[in-house]
Design a protein around this ligand. Structure first.
Ligand SMILES: Nc1ncnc2c1ncn2[C@@H]1O[C@H](COP(=O)(O)OP(=O)(O)O)[C@@H](O)[C@H]1O
Ligand SMILES: [Mg+2]
Length: 207
């Protein structure tokens, strides 16, 4: 029998695989046309390596991150890899996720991505979806919203983050080589990040 966390990671793999061409096409506009290919290769390896029966969420997230680090090329491999490893530290030994956990996971992922990539909000990266999502998750939780309601609001902000990346110039990563010509295009990493969050939300909702 596979564990719930394995099933969640497996759903993320499905989403990335289904959106492989879309993500790669976005990266063709402002990068080197490999984001979807990179992520799909990485998650395919994750599904092979993560033990299906493992119930420790932290252990699965750590293994996911280490696999992404070693199999995904480009900027996104080390960045997503670090995000999952840091999230794994928060969830070490846990088999359930609470709002408090998810809040800490999102913050740990941001800190990991920033430590590695040195980007801040507004540089046209995955952080332009992840930071507002994390802030909104915390704000909604503080208002008394349950996990799913707060995560729904976080996903909406992540979507808005994608729209925001269309309006700004890239100053980090490969897209920064384009300067002003990167304006008008949505960031592939913000897109994969939002798709990931939406998949986790749908999984937790039981959809
Ligand atoms: N320093 C950074 N911090 C956060 N995210 C970044 C950074 N550099 C690039 N990214 C993200 O990585 C994505 C590109 O990933 P990918 O195409 O797989 O790698 P590469 O740019 O090396 O080909 C971008 O769309 C952006 O969201
Ligand atoms: Mg690329």
């Amino acid at each position: 029998m596979s564990s719930r966390i394995f099933d969640c990671i497996s759903r993320i793999n499905d989403t990335i695989t289904e959106n492989k061409d879309f993500l790669t096409d976005l990266d063709r506009e402002i990068g080197d046309a490999d984001h979807g290919v990179n992520m799909a290769r990485g998650f395919h390896a994750v599904i092979e390596k993560v033990p299906q029966e493992e119930t420790d969420i932290g252990a699965v997230l750590k293994k996911t991150g280490m696999t992404l680090l070693s199999t995904v090329g480009g900027a996104s491999g080390p960045l997503y890899g670090t995000a999952y490893i840091e999230a794994g530290k928060v969830m070490a030994g846990k088999t359930e996720v609470t709002s408090e956990d998810l809040s800490a996971v999102l913050k740990a992922a941001i800190a990991g991505i920033q430590k590695r990539g040195k980007a801040v909000r507004g540089e046209k990266t995955m952080l332009d979806s992840l930071i507002p999502a994390s802030e909104t998750f915390d704000a909604k939780t503080a208002e008394g919203a349950d996990l799913i309601t707060a995560l729904d609001a976080a996903c909406e902000e992540a979507e808005k983050g994608i729209e925001y990346t269309k309006t700004i110039r890239a100053t980090k990563g490969r897209a920064s080589y384009l300067g002003d010509r990167s304006i008008g295009h949505q960031d592939p990493g913000a897109t994969s990040l939002t798709l990931t969050l939406e998949t986790v939300r749908d999984f937790l909702k039981g959809e």
